[in-house]
Write a protein that binds this ligand. Structure first.
Ligand SMILES: *[C@@H]1O[C@H](CO)[C@@H](O)[C@H](O)[C@H]1NC(C)=O
Length: 465
């Protein structure tokens, strides 16, 4: 239920990641040895077999000698200019005894598999191999992205999904860029189109590019489960792994949530971080993904209450997360001194190291939904003054127990600090970064209800049903 509500809210609010190029990695090229069952491109003594039932579009770049070739019932071979096949009689001296080599089946490769895409900010970056890291949902093409199938190659992609269409800005196939809806749907109906794209949904082009300089929401959260079904998560070595929004796996690293104003520019900020920090030798092992996400807000930490756009910066260092924390501190310093020029109004940090250091350094936080804060403050003040009594909770079994019930004292202590809302009390927000928000912001103990603010750490909540 809760999930459903979130999904609805997320898809109904217009969010806005800037357009990137997303390139499909696999190909169905004759010359790619990963496409052959023996792991080698067949040579002149070999017998080549394409499974008769499989549909496939094969791109051939050069000339090849074969002994014999079995073709599929429904398929095509796209010959590059100058490419072709010839038969040599007897054994090919460069090849040895001939074997039977089969072209592998490409039917199972799914559009929504994040491992099969690489992303870059420009076509040049794509060619030079300067790829961008992103959370799983955004590894797959977003609605404002340009999709690239490598020039001089063919492919076969399963576009099945629960939606009828997969909207993107443009699709480039064999070097032809399609950005008109009608032209691309015509291509999809062609012989090549039918062999390259299969599955229940159809890719549509012509979706507008991201017109918002602060970024655009990717739009793939509706396909989150499909995307994550293809991902296997590794084992983690940190104490308190984090789950970035849009990612399928918990990570040992650091997340910064940036609050921005209209003057923020995502592309510029991404460039700034690249030049100021990521280019430094000490940060070579860092993977950093930055995008606009819709962060779910919850009333009193439990009830879903819409979502607010924020910039999520996911920083991974491939290890325990310590180096990512160092970078996060550097970025925080930069925000403190230049935030106002960059259109950044605040930032929160979540780290994966042990509790204590993870309370979350707050740099002038501004809540997206002020109302939530106001309501919490009012309710708590009323309860403290005895004007309102907490109703007994057993009627809501799902809220009856939290993992950290044992830490009651801890929570109480945290509650005493919990109300220092920087919006109300601290005019010079940017200069106060002293754990104003602790992860455990409110507790009302005897009634058995502890509010643990999930805005800072979703992992803290353990609903027992
Ligand atoms: C061959 O295919 C594999 C897997 O599909 C891909 O990773 C690789 O880049 C391809 N090789 C070339 C030269 O394109």
């Amino acid at each position: 239920m809760l999930k459903m509500a979130q999904v609805l809210l997320i898809c109904c609010l217009v969010g806005a990641t800037n357009a990137l190029y997303k390139q499909w990695i696999p190909d169905t090229n004759y010359e790619n040895k990963t496409n052959w069952d023996k792991g080698e491109v067949p040579c002149g003594s070999d017998t080549v077999q394409f499974s008769s039932q499989r549909k496939v579009s094969v791109f051939v770049e050069t000339t090849h000698a074969v002994q014999e070739m079995t073709l599929p019932m429904d398929g095509e071979i796209i010959l590059n200019s100058g490419a072709g096949f010839y038969v040599i009689s007897g054994q090919d001296p460069d090849c040895g005894a001939g074997v039977m080599t089969k072209f592998k089946d490409a039917d199972s490769l799914q559009w929504f598999n994040p491992a099969l895409w690489q992303a870059a900010a420009t076509l040049n970056d794509l060619q030079d191999g300067h790829f961008l890291f992103s959370v799983h949902e955004e590894s797959v093409p977003c609605q404002q992205d340009d999709v690239v199938f490598k020039p001089l190659s063919s492919f076969r992609v399963d576009t099945s999904s629960s939606q009828t269409t997969i909207p993107v800005k443009s699709v480039s196939v064999l070097g032809n860029v399609f950005d008109s809806k009608s032209e691309f749907s015509e291509y999809l109906g062609s012989q090549s189109g039918l062999l390259q794209f299969h599955g229940s949904s159809s890719v549509t082009v012509g979706n507008p590019s991201c017109g918002d300089a602060t970024g655009c929401d990717c739009g793939n959260s509706v396909n989150h489960e499909r995307i994550c079904s293809t991902v296997t998560c590794g084992t983690l070595s940190c104490k308190k792994p984090l789950l970035p929004i849009g990612h399928c796996c918990e990570v040992c690293g650091t997340i910064i949530f940036i609050h921005f104003s209209d003057s923020f520019n995502l592309e510029n900020y991404r460039g700034r971080i690249r030049h100021l920090f990521l280019s430094l030798p000490k940060y070579q092992s860092i993977q950093l993904g930055m995008s606009k996400i819709l962060k779910p807000q919850r009333l009193m930490g439990i009830i879903p209450f819409g979502s607010s756009p924020e910039i999520q910066v996911v920083i991974l260092d491939g290890e325990t997360g310590k180096l990512s924390e160092v970078l996060a501190q550097d970025m925080t310093k930069d925000i403190k001194s230049h935030g106002s020029n960059l259109g950044i109004t605040g930032a929160e940090i979540q780290t994966a190291s042990e509790p204590g250091s993870s309370a979350g350094t707050v740099v002038g936080a501004v809540f997206g939904v002020l109302l939530v804060v106001t309501l919490i403050v009012i309710v708590v003040v009323l309860i403290r003054k005895g004007i309102v009594q907490m109703p007994p909770m057993p009627s809501m079994p799902s809220l009856s127990r939290f993992r950290r019930n044992t830490d009651v004292d801890d929570l109480n202590a945290a509650a005493d600090r919990g109300f220092d809302n920087p919006i109300f009390d601290k005019p010079d927000m940017l200069n106060n970064i002293s754990g104003l928000y602790s992860t455990d912001s409110i507790s009302m103990t005897q009634a058995g209800v502890h509010f643990i603010n999930p805005a800072y750490d979703e992992n803290e909540i353990d609903f027992t049903v």
